[in-house]
Ligand binder design. Structure first.
Ligand SMILES: Nc1ncnc2c1ncn2[C@@H]1O[C@H](COP(=O)(O)OP(=O)(O)O)[C@@H](O)[C@H]1O
Ligand SMILES: [Mg+2]
Length: 390
């Protein structure tokens, strides 16, 4: 067992492309760390450097106290699970899981014991004598995980292991991965472009963009206190609504298009740095769940929007609407289609989303009245996108 630390790690590929830039990351022994970010942001590169499959241009990777920069992959005691889980079709599940141990000439009784124990952790004991071709995608991915944990590694790496599975299986296996990780209790670094996966699995989540760390914290802190507009837009589904807004000359209200939202003394005090932006354009963020229908009489002020589309989900209604305030779409938070980032957001420009209680009657074309609670607003600098806090 081991902790993992990355100190100022940079990767420049031979073609000059800088895929990872000065990354600092500490993963405690037993911790489940998720690295999340859009396609191409450098996640796989980070994992491959930890595994030793890719050399490090500069910086230091440590397992415990030991610097492993120049340690060969086979001597690092890591196990890795990939998106594709090529199993040997002619071998049984048990033989697939035990393969690496046989290669290492581990005694047969010991292989049997470890294969059985891994199979039990993963709940795949009944299939040990089957061939992988007779298994479903989810079962195969479990076997691939078995192959990794049977080695009893001190560091466990997973690169988008669920992306080839359908949505229902993903949810099921997500819960299993979480359970397995806490049972084997080794430092785990799990890479995904899926923010839901990141939030549900990670003890902590590191958000990466263009090879640079944006924020690393617990899922709740990322959600409640995003460090910048990128994290704000990337974490949470539907995304936080981000508006260009003007802070008034007295610093006591923000104007979103033609609508003004007064800020209480408390809000002004809590975000004392707002003073520096008096009379300027900033970005105001509002989470979809912080826009209840006005008729629900929650604390706050009225905020109106023109309804574009209504999605009734049973437990809630997603109301897509527009206002006359310009919407900010942080670069790189576009929708992922088939795992690839689409250059445009899934929703049209200026589209905002509110989650309201299911019993409301609302139609496309309505002018709908929401409530916005100034206590729940987030403020960001327009140019840098950095959060305006104290
Ligand atoms: N061997 C390579 N040579 C040059 N560029 C590479 C190489 N491998 C990956 N890249 C580039 O580095 C960036 C990060 O890649 P990767 O780590 O695979 O991202 P992710 O896993 O987040 O999708 C991408 O722009 C990719 O095209
Ligand atoms: Mg990748």
């Amino acid at each position: 067992m081991s902790s993992v630390s990355l100190e100022n790690v940079t990767k420049v590929y031979s073609n000059g492309y800088e895929a990872v830039n000065g990354l600092d990351l500490e993963i405690a022994d037993g911790e489940f760390m998720v690295v999340v970010g859009p396609s191409g942001c450098g996640k796989t590169t980070v994992l491959r450097m930890i595994a030793g499959l890719e050399n490090i241009t500069s910086g230091t990777v440590r397992f415990g106290e030991e610097v492993v920069n120049d340690v060969a992959p086979r001597d690092r005691d890591v196990a890795m699970v990939f998106q594709s889980y090529a199993l040997y079709p002619q071998m049984t599940v048990a033989q697939n899981i035990g393969f690496a141990l046989r290669m290492r000439k581990v005694p047969k009784a010991e292989i049997d014991r470890r294969v059985r124990s891994a199979a039990e952790v993963l709940g795949i004991t009944p299939w040990l004598d089957r061939k992988p071709t007779r298994l479903s995608g989810g079962q195969r991915q479990r076997v691939a995980m078995g192959r990794a944990i049977v080695r009893e590694p001190s560091v466990f790496l997973m690169d988008e292991p669920l992306s080839n599975l359908d949505a229902k299986l993903r949810v099921q296996l997500r819960a299993e991965i979480s359970r397995v990780q806490s049972r084997i209790g080794v430092a785990t670094i799990y890479v995904t472009h899926d923010q839901t996966e990141a939030m549900t699995l990670g003890h902590r989540v590191a958000v990466l963009r263009d090879g640079a760390l944006q924020q690393c914290d617990t899922p709740q802190v990322l959600y409640d206190r995003p460090a910048n507009v990128f994290v704000a837009g990337f974490i949470g589904s539907p995304s936080m609504n981000l508006f260009e807004a003007q802070l008034s000359a007295d610093g006591r209200s923000v104007k979103l298009g033609s609508q003004s939202i007064p800020l209480s003394q408390e809000v002004v005090d809590r975000h004392s740095a707002l003073r520096r932006f008096i009379g300027q354009t900033i970005v105001v963020g509002i989470r979809p769940e912080d826009l209840p229908a006005a008729s629900d009489e929650r604390p706050g002020v009225e905020f109106k929007g023109d309804v574009e589309l209504v999605e009734a989900l049973g437990s809630e209604i997603l109301v897509h609407f527009r206002t006359d305030a310009p919407v900010v779409v942080p670069e790189g938070t576009g929708a992922l289609i088939d795992g690839e980032e689409s250059p445009v957001k899934a929703t049209p420009e200026n589209d905002c989303v509110a989650r309201i209680e299911p019993r409301h009657v609302v139609h496309a074309g309505d002018r709908f009245c929401f409530t916005v609670n100034p206590e729940r607003l987030e403020f960001f600098e327009l140019d840098s996108g950095i959060t305006i806090w104290e």
